[in-house]
Design a protein around this ligand. Structure first.
Ligand code: SF4
Length: 307
């Protein structure tokens, strides 16, 4: 910046650093989904995904390097949690994905989901600050209604999010509406049971008027029976909600499989017959390991520093 005096430039140089996030690697799926490996200033790498769907351009962003929650079906959960991202790093991801959307597809970002690597509610302060920066007219100026925070279920922090009234959407990664089964795939359920979650979600609905979405990955012969569907119906009766049924993407250890079309149909028919609104979400970006639960599966860089 040669329009600044040499003295000021020297002062800035010795007193400040700009820890900008950079795109380290970019992969494009046959369905146009783009996965970006983002390099942080200290060499760690996180992943962000751009998902184009008609008029929608959704950025799926990370909030932590790795994750401490060890959900069994998730590739990120197999990495250790290295550190939280700060708000600037989260916003940088959004800006880089937004620029990628414009460059590649000529479309602006329409939605942001905190559904990448990490549990956003365990990095609460920085996630909230990033939402404020994204939604502020002085920041990226996006409506909070276009932002969704996705949690594995931290009941206390769901209530805090309700109290802070940020007007964002909330998604709960549910995947089983039975404590024993949910404990076996999501250890966080042992301390945040379905009863605790229903209580926190009802508090959220009462305070914000926003209905949460339940994300439910259908695993073959694990949580896709009629009995499982009826347990999900019973849970949905406790909380005003919507349900997304998600196709499973196998990760390397092969512990779970994708359910069959027939079992999925019987499952969703049971939900609908019992008055539960549900959408089936086909996975995007599977060929580049960018789909739900696959982040950090193949890109081993994500778990280590790039030095
Ligand atoms: S599903 Fe989310 S909370 Fe669970 S291990 Fe993966 S990143 Fe962490």
């Amino acid at each position: 910046m040669s329009n600044l005096s040499l003295k000021l430039r020297e002062y800035l140089n010795t007193h400040f650093v700009i820890n900008a996030v950079e795109i380290h690697e970019l992969q494009v799926s046959s369905d146009r989904t783009i996965k970006c490996a983002m390099r942080l200033h200290d060499g760690y790498v996180v992943e962000s995904v751009l998902i184009p769907q008609g008029e929608r351009m959704t950025a799926c962003i990370s909030s932590q390097v790795g994750c401490s929650l060890t959900c069994k079906f998730c590739a990120t959960g197999k990495l250790k949690r290295m550190r939280n991202l700060n708000a600037d790093e989260i916003v940088d991801q959004v800006k880089l994905v937004r620029d990628t959307a414009m460059e590649r597809y000529g479309q602006p970002l329409s939605n942001i989901v905190y559904m990448g690597m990490g549990e956003p509610l365990l990095n609460y302060a920085e996630v909230v600050r990033s939402i404020e920066m994204i939604s502020s007219p002085d920041g990226l100026g996006m409506s909070p209604r276009r932002i969704t925070v996705s949690t594995a279920g931290v009941a206390k922090m769901i209530k805090k999010l309700a109290d802070d009234n940020l007007r964002v959407n909330l998604a709960l990664s549910l995947h089983a509406a039975n404590d024993e089964k949910r404990n076996s795939i999501m250890p966080i359920n042992e301390t945040n049971t379905l009863e605790n979650l229903a209580d926190a979600l009802n508090y959220f609905v009462d305070k914000t008027g926003v209905r949460p979405t339940f994300e439910y990955i259908a695993f073959k012969e694990f949580n896709d029976s009629i009995k499982d569907a009826m347990e999900l119906v019973a849970f949905c009766k406790q909380v005003k909600s919507k349900v997304n049924i998600i196709e499973y993407n196998a990760i390397d250890d092969g512990e779970f499989q994708q359910t069959t079309k027939e079992r999925l149909k019987a499952f969703t028919d049971t939900l609908e017959k019992n008055g539960v609104i549900c959408n089936v979400r086909r996975s995007r970006g599977k060929d580049i390991d960018a789909a739900c639960g696959q982040l950090a599966n193949k890109n081993k860089l994500a778990s280590q520093q790039l030095k």
